[in-house]
Structure formats: structure tokens, C-alpha cells
Design a protein around this ligand. Structure first.
Ligand code: FAD
Length: 405
């Protein structure tokens, strides 16, 4: 193997490049970056960077000199097509990169808001550094903010906007915050916390239109007819994987680029990972699963680099995730899909709680708010054969850290 080409320089693509060098790969690495900056991390975009707590340099993975030292060619371009027969990635500029192995790390884009007025000025998603740079100065002046979608990103932004002094309304189709990802108990803790910060929720509420004046958003119209004045509208209603390159090249697609347990696509010379990849997930009953998290991008990047340097292994890493909202940090270990039984440790009134999510007798996931020790213990417990049962966890005085030790 002499040449690895990586399309996409986000968390996943950068990790593949770094890990290849760490594993001793001496060949050529080309990392195709279609954004106008050095590769950077996205989590601060809706948190510390928006709050002005860190600057853009602090979001970068590495300084420019690092890539040169490591002989990682940052190619400022965009993958336009894959010539699988000749093993060549064609670039938007007209240039091309020959590969022995191609890695698709193209991530995902925001699901667009498909309502009239979505293209008005003052309506934003939060996906790129460009989005955050456009949004940050508006926070200083926005008085009325409407957030569409009570998922992680919508709520992180809602907390930032409330801290900046705006009146914040969150519209959500579902019945509770973060419903796809967390237990009802944890949703309630965060709903109450947001309410205490002045965030107002409307659940079971669809958006029918964004009203504009002179090309700028001035209000959000809910499907029930209610009109919510807004000088800033931010939406976070999920993402769509960037599969165009793979699709046009005839690779298997299934809610993302379909890969096997080794993260290989249907072409043995092409791997895919991160937000764009749909993989058989051990913690989800081997069902094809697409995860949007730093952990997933990093662990999958390491696995691909190890395989390309002669140490193949199936991907089995435990999924984990975090979100920061206001003064609260929520950490999740495992996947709670299918949970039917919850054991709560700690007192929700203190905002320091762990929710253990079981399906029958099997522990699936642990959600910890303000209990970092529990989160670390949960990651260890979930990574080995399941033994913690609901009966043991529900006993008075049960301590997750002590049980793990
Ligand atoms: P990305 O980081 O999206 O990178 C993909 C890159 O590929 C992009 O630069 C894209 O422009 C580029 N690209 C696309 N098509 C092409 C092409 N044809 N050619 C070349 N390049 C291309 N995760 C957590 O675990 N915790 C958090 O708190 C958290 N907060 C987040 C906050 C925000 C605002 C966002 C947007 C995400 C957050 N995430 C968080 C998710 C995490 O950032 C993603 O899961 C992670 O970035 C995925 O990495 P990736 O490399 O697969 O995709």
C-alpha cells in the first residue's frame, strides 16, 4: 500500500491520517479538505466558540506545520467522482488523485428546513465554522430567538442564546427534548433546567412558515397558527449523510455508505467511516447503524488505520457521547434503543443523576448528568459482558463506581 486518499477532513478523515502515521505508514497520505480553513472540530461550534470562550485556532486539530512535518498533504479541493476501475479520485478542480486505498469521510449536511421562508436572512443551521461565525455576532443583539428542533444542537444553542440574554422559544415535533437519544427521566431533567434558564418549549408543534420582512426573518408561524416573533431563527432537525460520491460510484448505500464490520464498503479498495457510514453495530444488535459522534469518528479512524497497516479487526467499540447545555454536562455510554426499564441514581433536584437504561435484564446504556465518575464506570461496565441487573442497581445505596471497581 503506497497511497491513501481521504475525502473529507473532519474528525474522521483527520483521525485516519493521524493514526496512519502513528501506525508507521510511510506512504503518501492525501487529505482532501473542502472547507476554507485548517481542519477543525465541530463540537465547540454550538458551545464554547459561540460563547466566545475559545477562538478559532483552539478548534483546529493541529497547526499547519504539523501536516507538513507528518507528510500529510492537505489538498484544498473537493472529491467530485470516483473512478473505481483506475483507482482514482477526481477532484472538483479537474485534478485527480490516484489511490491504493480510498477513505470516504464526507460527513453529513443539515437536513434542510422545508417550509416557506427557510431561505430568509436570519435563519441558520449550525454545522460549519462559517455558520458559527455568522451567528456569533448576532447573539449580542438578538432579543427573540426561535429554535426549531429540541435535539442536542438545538438545545445547546438554546442554552447559549438564553445565556446571552435572549428570550428563547424552542419548537419541537416530539413530546420531549432529545427524545430519540435519552430516557424520559433525562429529558425531564433538561426540560426543567432549560425552563429555569428562561427557555420556553412548545412540544408537538410543527413549523409551517417563516415570515419575512425585506428579506429578513421576523417571525415563525407554527402549524397551529401561532405566530412567534423572532429576530434570529436556528434549526437543528437532523442531518443527511453526504453519500453522493459513493452513490454515483455504485457503492452500496443504506442510510449512509454501507460498510461491513471492518468498515469496508462494497469495494474492497474503499473504506468509509464517521457520520457518513452505516455499519453493523454490535451494541445495536448488529443492525446497520449510523452514529454522529466524535467517539465514533475517532475509534473508526483508528480501526481503519490499523487495518491498512496490517492489523485488521472488526469494529466493536462502545458508543459514547456528550453534550454541554448551560452549566450541565450530559454524558451517555452505550445505546439505549429498545430500553424498557430505567433505574435512576441520585436526586434530579440536584441535577446530578445517572439513568441506567435496561432492556429486560440487560444494561444497554447509562446517561449521566454531572456524574463523570458514573460515566467512566459505565463505559467499563458496558464494554465487558453484561452483569449488572435492574434489581442490583435499584437496591438502596447502590453506587455504580464501587460496583465497577
Ligand atoms: P464531519 O466532521 O462533518 O466532516 C466531513 C467533512 O467532509 C466536512 O468538512 C465536509 O465539508 C467534507 N466533505 C463533504 N463532502 C466532501 C467531498 N465530496 N470532498 C471532500 N470533502 C467533503 N459530537 C459529540 O460527540 N459531542 C458533541 O458535543 C458534538 N457537538 C456537535 C456540535 C455541532 C454544532 C456539530 C455540527 C456536531 C457535533 N458533534 C458532536 C458531532 C461530531 O462533530 C460529528 O459526529 C463529527 O464531526 C463527525 O466527523 P466526520 O469526519 O464523519 O464528519
Amino acid at each position: 500500500l503506497n497511497s491513501v486518499v481521504i475525502a473529507g477532513a473532519g474528525h474522521a478523515g483527520v483521525q485516519v491520517a493521524l493514526s496512519l502515521r502513528q501506525e508507521g505508514f510511510a506512504g503518501r497520505i492525501a487529505l482532501v479538505n473542502d472547507e476554507p480553513w485548517l481542519p477543525y472540530q465541530r463540537p465547540p461550534l454550538s458551545k464554547a466558540y459561540l460563547l466566545g470562550k475559545i477562538d478559532a485556532t483552539a478548534m483546529q486539530f493541529r497547526p499547519a506545520a504539523f501536516y507538513a512535518e507528518q507528510r500529510i498533504d492537505l489538498v484544498a479541493d473537493r472529491g467530485a467522482a470516483i473512478d473505481r476501475q483506475n483507482r482514482r479520485l477526481l477532484l472538483a478542480s479537474g485534478a485527480a488523485l490516484d489511490y491504493d486505498h480510498l477513505v470516504l469521510a464526507t460527513g453529513a449536511h443539515n437536513r434542510p428546513l422545508n417550509v416557506p421562508g427557510a431561505a430568509l436572512a436570519g435563519v441558520y443551521g449550525v454545522k460549519t465554522r462559517a455558520d458559527a461565525e455568522a451567528l456569533a455576532p448576532l447573539l449580542a443583539t438578538a432579543r427573540r430567538v426561535v429554535v426549531i428542533g429540541a435535539g442536542f444542537i438545538g438545545l445547546e444553542f438554546a442554552a447559549v442564546a438564553a445565556a446571552a440574554g435572549a428570550a428563547v422559544e424552542v419548537l419541537e415535533l416530539g413530546e420531549r427534548p432529545m427524545a430519540r437519544a435519552v430516557s424520559p427521566q433525562m429529558s425531564e431533567l433538561f426540560r426543567a433546567a432549560h425552563a429555569s434558564w428562561g427557555v420556553n418549549f412548545r412540544f408537538r408543534t410543527a413549523v409551517s412558515e417563516i415570515e419575512g420582512d425585506n428579506g429578513k426573518a421576523v417571525a415563525v408561524r407554527a402549524a397551529d397558527g401561532e405566530r412567534l416573533p423572532a429576530d434570529l431563527v436556528v434549526y437543528g432537525i437532523g442531518v443527511i449523510p453526504n453519500v453522493a460520491l459513493a452513490l454515483e460510484a455504485g457503492l452500496s448505500i443504506d442510510n449512509g455508505i454501507r460498510v461491513d464490520a471492518n468498515l469496508l464498503t462494497s469495494d474492497p479498495h474503499i473504506s468509509a467511516l464517521g457520520d457518513v457510514a452505516s455499519f453493523p453495530c454490535l451494541q445495536n444488535g448488529e443492525r446497520l447503524t449510523r452514529l454522529e459522534s466524535v467517539q465514533n469518528a475517532v475509534d473508526q479512524g483508528r480501526l481503519i488505520a490499523a487495518r491498512l497497516t496490517g492489523k485488521p479487526a472488526p469494529y466493536t467499540a462502545l458508543p459514547w457521547f456528550w453534550t454541554d447545555q448551560g452549566n450541565l454536562k450530559l454524558q451517555i455510554a452505550g445505546l439505549s434503543t429498545g430500553a424498557d426499564n430505567h433505574v435512576v441514581l441520585g436526586n434530579p433536584a440536584t441535577q446530578q443523576v445517572s439513568v441506567l437504561c435496561f432492556r429486560g435484564e440487560q444494561l444497554l446504556a447509562v446517561e449521566s448528568c454531572g456524574r463523570i465518575g458514573d460515566h467512566m464506570a459505565a463505559r467499563k461496565i458496558l464494554a465487558r459482558p453484561p452483569a449488572l441487573t435492574p434489581a442490583v442497581a435499584a437496591a438502596p445505596g447502590f453506587d455504580l463506581k464501587a460496583w465497577e471497581a
